[in-house]
Design a binder for this molecule. Sequence first.
Ligand code: NAD
Length: 271
Amino acid sequence: HQAKPGHEATIEPAPLYDAPYYVGSKKLEGKVALITGGDSGIGRAVAVLFAREGADIAVVYLAEDRDAEETKSAVEKEGRRCILLKADVSERQDCHDAVATTVETFGRIDVLVNNAAFQIHSSDFGNLTEEHFDTTLKTNLYGYFHMAQEAVPHMKPGSAIVNTGSVTGIEGSKQLVDYSMTKGGIHAFTRALSGNLIAKGIRVNAVAPGPVWTPLNPSDKEADDVSKFGADTPMKRPAQPEELAPAYVFLASPHCSSYITGEILPIVGGY
Ligand code: NAD
C-alpha cells in the first residue's frame, strides 16, 4: 500500500479481509454457505464443491422430488456439516426461518447463493397465464430479494452473495419470456445491490449460465430436444453442473475475488 508521491491523501489502503490467494488453500475454509435449490442441479454441485473447499452448508429445498438427502450425504462425505431447510423462497416467512435456522445452527452466514428458480417453456406468449407469471416472478425475483434482505444483517465484511442469473437474461429466450425477464432483473439486482453493500464489505456477483444439463431443462421429457440442447453453443453441448461450480467458489471466496463485485459472469461454452 505504498502511495505514489503526491497521492498520499487520496489512496486509502484497501481492507484485506483474508489472506490473498495462495496455492493449496481451501478457498472457503471455516465459512458457512446458504444455498437455495442446493438439492438439485447446479445448486447441488455448488454445495459439494463448497464443502470440498471447507464450508459448512445450509441447503434450502422446496420439495422431496430432488432428493436433498443426496446433497447432504455428499457434503458430509467431504467432512463438512450440512442442514436441510424446507422452504419456499417466494414466501418471506420461509426465507426468514431458513436464515434464522442457519445462524442458530452454524452461528454465521458468509456466503448466500441465490439459485432456486422456476421456469416453464412456452412457445406461445399469449398463452402465458397470470398464475404462471406470478410464480416466475415470486420465485426468481421476490425469492432472491427476500433471501438477500434476510441474510445481509447476519453477513460480516468479507462475505459474498452469488446470484444465479442466466444467458436468457442477456439474450432473451423466445420460449422463456417471463423467465428471461426475471433473469435480466437478477442481473440488474446484482449490480445495484453490489453498490449498496460495498460499504458493508459484502460483495455481490452473478453467474449467468448457458445451457446446463439439469432437471430444469425440458429435454428429458422430449427425446427430440435432447440432441438439440446446447447444440447452438460453439462447444455444441450443454455444461454439466460440475463445470459451473468452480465459478461460484471463485466469486464466493475472498481468496479469489476480493476486488470483484457487481459482475455478471457468463458461462456459456463460448456462445
Ligand atoms: P434445478 O431444477 O436442478 O434446480 C432448481 C432448484 O430450484 C430446484 O431444487 C427446485 O426445487 C428449486 N426451487 C424452485 N422453486 C423454488 C421455490 N419456490 N422455493 C425453493 N426452491 C425452489 O435446475 P438448475 O438448472 O440447477 O437451476 C439452478 C439455477 O440455474 C436456476 O436459477 C436456473 O434459472 C439457473 N439456470 C439454469 C440453466 C440450465 O440450463 N439448467 C441455464 C441458466 C440458468
